[in-house]
Design a protein around this ligand. Structure first.
Ligand SMILES: *[C@@H]1O[C@H](CO)[C@@H](O)[C@H](O)[C@H]1NC(C)=O
Ligand SMILES: *[C@@H]1O[C@H](CO)[C@@H](O)[C@H](O)[C@H]1NC(C)=O
Ligand SMILES: *[C@@H]1O[C@H](CO)[C@@H](O)[C@H](O)[C@H]1NC(C)=O
Length: 176
């Protein structure tokens, strides 16, 4: 008859193996993303999409903007497309109190094909300092990631209609 202790050891090894497999995500500790944005028609990547009084150009409490920025490998507008930054910007009560929520989708050219990173955060529009947002999760190579996403107030300006926001992500992965 098999000893109970041996069975327990075998089960433990199996459990360990399963856990190791599940961790799977061992993405980078740091990642810099360049979000290319345009606010000028017809190439906008940030537009008003809902407003309490229907006037989408009126910067007022309750206005929701939809973001669909292009992630490129660098600041130049001809650098390789590595994904997208899709989400929403919501203007709070005093308009300078802004909520943001977006997901980075990384394409195959990024080296993280099909993986995503989800970000939630707040912008104090009266502050010219760094914006720091919470990284709240991810998929693929960023499975269960947390951390923070820091973006300076000053965007890199390509021309009057195109700017680039640099996002520096510090990422932590669960150890289970
Ligand atoms: C919409 O809001 C903008 C900015 O406040 C204003 O200039 C414009 O006149 C408004 N349009 C209408 C139709 O109310
Ligand atoms: C990205 O790579 C995956 C896995 O190789 C492949 O299935 C998918 O079709 C690729 N996507 C694109 C848009 O090329
Ligand atoms: C990049 O920006 C320059 C300067 O504004 C512009 O002339 C050029 O058409 C842009 N290229 C692309 C691919 O958008």
């Amino acid at each position: 008859m098999r000893s109970p202790r041996l069975v327990i050891v075998v089960l433990s090894i199996l459990q360990l193996f399963q856990c190791t497999k599940e961790v799977g995500a061992a993405g980078p500790a740091n990642l810099i993303l360049y979000a290319h944005e345009s606010r000028v028609p017809p190439t906008q990547t940030l537009i008003g999409s809902a407003a309490p009084n229907g006037n989408l150009t009126d910067e007022q409490f309750g206005l929701i903007k939809t973001v669909s920025n292009v992630l490129r490998a660098g600041k130049n507008n001809d650098s390789m497309v590595v994904g997208s930054q899709v989400g929403i910007v919501v203007l709070g009560k005093d308009v300078l109190n802004i909520y943001i929520s977006y997901t980075y989708f990384l394409n195959n050219d990024s080296g993280f094909g099909g993986s995503t990173i989800a970000v939630h955060g707040h912008i104090d529009a009266t502050s010219m300092g760094n914006r720091v947002f919470a990284v709240v999760g991810g998929t693929g190579q960023f499975l269960s990631v947390t951390g923070q996403d820091t973006s300076p107030f000053d965007a890199y300006v390509i021309d009057d209609s195109h700017t680039v926001n640099t996002h520096t992500l510090e990422l932590r992965y669960p150890s289970y």
